[in-house]
Write a protein that binds this ligand. Structure first.
Ligand code: GLV
Length: 296
């Protein structure tokens, strides 16, 4: 299979085919019936970073270790996508597109990158890579996660992502761009709401590559319409595919892509799963095991 073919597409077919009782399952968004038909599983691999769709299945066995991909080629792809969006906003390319439509010739001088703070929400393998890439490009980078992290050159903060009057608010304060790469858990849906948008810089840009449910859509649209936010680059949505009549499709300040910021690349994913399987068969400790109580 050519390397650029998404592993998840290749797997779509096999998840539907008649099953034998297996020891190990490798899945991406399987139907709920899958786990009923597979009562003997001893290990489940998720072909992606986010396990929210799996954890939502009542049939998912809770006594079987669930492993998620860690980076496996996705971190580089995500960092590239985020950099493209951040640079687009930083250089004001949206503004120039509007000026072009109006026939206006109006040069702007971008501020020094070090004075243009970018925040990364979620600092795991993926968020960490994004923060490092932004730092390497000279931006002033802040990171926020539930637990403490240390990343060279990045101002990392920790705490609850609902506390806009506490550490989360101080993380958001004056951000010119906010990148969300949070895993979706029971307690972080809707963290990016109207209160969060009052803390970032006026005209800030929002980039969501985590899960659509983190954003309160009505609040985002209101903040864009009021000019509190300057634009949004969205790759993930609460409902996917995005319904045809959704206002994001035609909003002049929204740029969207169909959940492609980091497709699982075949080779690294296969290698990572094969290595973990071999380790498991040798009786060695597993890595990348999902903590069911934490939700990622
Ligand atoms: C993609 O959204 C993933 O969870 O890997």
């Amino acid at each position: 299979v050519p390397a650029q073919v998404s592993l998840r597409d290749a797997l779509d077919e096999s998840q539907r085919s008649d099953s034998v009782a297996a020891d190990v399952a490798i899945v991406w968004r399987p139907p709920a019936a899958f786990f009923r038909e597979q009562p003997r599983l001893r290990l489940v691999f998720n072909l992606g970073a986010g396990v929210d769709a799996l954890l939502a299945l009542p049939t998912l066995p809770r006594h079987v270790p669930l492993l998620r991909l860690q980076d496996a080629g996705m971190a580089g792809a995500l960092a590239e996508y985020v950099l493209a969006a951040v640079l687009h906003a930083y250089r004001g390319l949206d503004v120039y597109a509007r000026q072009q439509a109006a026939g206006q010739w109006q040069p702007r001088t971008p501020p020094p990158r070090g004075q243009w703070p970018v925040g990364v929400l979620g600092l795991g393998a993926l968020g960490g890579a994004i923060a490092r890439a932004l730092h390497a490009h000279g931006f002033a980078v802040r990171g926020f996660a539930r637990s403490a992290h240390a990343i060279d050159g990045v101002d990392c903060r920790a705490g609850g992502a609902r506390d806009v009057h506490g550490e989360f608010g101080r993380f958001l304060d004056g951000l010119q761009a906010l990148v969300s790469v949070l895993p979706l858990t029971a307690d972080n849906a809707g963290v990016l709401d109207a209160a969060a948008w009052t803390r970032v810089a006026r005209g800030a840009h929002v980039i969501n590559v985590g899960r659509g449910q983190h954003i309160v859509e009505a609040d985002l649209l209101a903040a864009l319409d009021a000019g509190q936010l300057g634009g949004a680059t969205l790759d993930v949505f609460a409902v996917e595919p995005l319904p045809a009549d959704h206002p994001f499709w035609r909003h002049p300040r929204v740029r969207l892509t169909p959940h492609v910021s980091a497709l699982t690349p075949m080779q690294p994913a296969v290698e990572q799963i094969a290595a973990r399987l071999a380790a498991w068969r040798r009786g060695e400790p597993l890595t990348g095991v999902v903590d069911f109580s934490r939700g990622y």
